[in-house]
Design a protein around this ligand. Structure first.
Ligand SMILES: [Fe+2]
Length: 345
């Protein structure tokens, strides 16, 4: 089916456009892309697909909605908006082309409107993370991620309005990439809100983006399990902070402080966390922020075994949660800061 024919048939055919994400990240032939980042009036350098299913069959197909080289016309995007569709898909092999397209977009938009800029940065961070993880030692993509984090921070620092937009641009469907970007953005924005320095935001933003890279070395079947995990599964999962630390420490440009946060992001305030069982006094001072925001985003994301919680419900869980030793896993002051911060986003 050609893209032109598909666009004409979109509303009338027996095709159902699917809104959910594609198959598990590592196996996907097609990767999601927010439709908001398409530049209206410009030619698209890669084909854009929609995920569809015919009414009579459970099989999922990716059909081309825009061809490579085709101009993005606002009239093409309107029906997708009416369907409530936030994302299209591109072929996994076009990842570098898509990132180059987003780089161009960032250059063109420069000081653009806050929500559009944050959406663009979010998309860029997720795809750059994906590209970085394809290389054994992250290659040059780590520096690309740092650059986009700096640009994102500039938008967050611009004014209070950016904070209010943050809640709107975070995705709640869980994947390693969406979760990592959500945690990164929240971790960068909270220090800005608290009036801390840029260095703190950038350290947390980088650590937030890469905190779970160790999970890419854990058996995917464990991560996708719907049933409760067994002790052996947990033993494997508990390896991921150290695995991530090892992976990132071979990169010369990954800062030491961010590296430590990756290693410590499952440490609890009372020393009941892992891998080292450090109490607050022995943790890096920013570990408590990453620990809390990681837990917050996990609660507010859909998981195979439960729906996403609303922010207020998630805060209640965090306030009442007890660790293995019967004490709160979170630093009380950081939890208070998060409550204040969430009140404005
Ligand atoms: Fe983790």
């Amino acid at each position: 089916m050609t893209s032109q024919f598909f666009r004409q048939q979109l509303m009338s055919s027996n095709l159902r456009v699917l809104k959910g994400l594609a198959a598990p990240d590592s196996e996907s032939s097609h990767l999601p892309l927010a439709l908001k980042v398409l530049i209206v009036g410009e030619a698209l350098p890669f084909p854009l697909f929609l995920k569809v299913r015919r009414e009579e069959s459970p099989e999922i197909h990716f059909l081309p909605y825009l061809e490579a080289g085709e101009g993005v016309d606002a009239s093409f995007l309107e029906p997708l908006e009416r369907l409530g569709l936030e994302r299209g898909y591109f072929r996994a092999e076009d990842l570098e082309t898509v990132i180059a397209y987003l780089n161009n977009h960032l250059l063109l938009t420069g000081n653009g409107e806050g929500k559009a800029m944050l959406s663009l940065c979010r998309e860029h961070l997720g795809l750059t993370l994906r590209l970085a993880l394809r290389q054994p030692h992250l290659g040059k993509h780590l520096n690309a991620a740092k650059k986009v984090l700096g640009q994102t921070l500039q938008v967050l620092e611009r004014d209070d309005l950016s904070f209010r937009l943050l809640g709107e641009i975070l995705f709640s469907d869980y994947s390693l990439y969406t979760h990592s970007v959500n945690v990164s953005l929240l971790s960068m924005a909270m220090p800005v809100f608290l009036g801390k320095g840029r260095r703190e935001s950038l350290t947390l933003g980088l650590a937030g983006l890469f905190h779970d890279v160790g999970l890419t070395r854990v058996d995917a079947s464990i991560l996708c399990k719907v049933e409760p995990l067994g002790p052996e599964d947990w033993a494997d999962i508990r390896e991921h902070p150290a695995l991530g630390h090892r992976l990132l420490s071979s990169h010369p440009h990954f800062p030491v402080a961010a590296l430590r946060l990756v290693l410590e992001h499952h440490e609890n305030a009372d020393g009941s966390g892992y891998p080292q069982g450090l109490t607050l006094a022995k943790q890096h001072p920013l570990t408590r922020v990453l620990r809390l925001l990681d837990a917050y985003d996990a609660l507010t994301s859909h998981r195979p075994y439960r729906p996403a919680l609303r922010p207020f419900a998630a805060l209640k869980v965090l306030q009442e949660q007890l660790g293995p030793r019967g004490a709160t896993p979170y630093a009380p002051q950081t939890l208070k800061d998060l409550i204040r911060f969430l009140a404005i986003i």
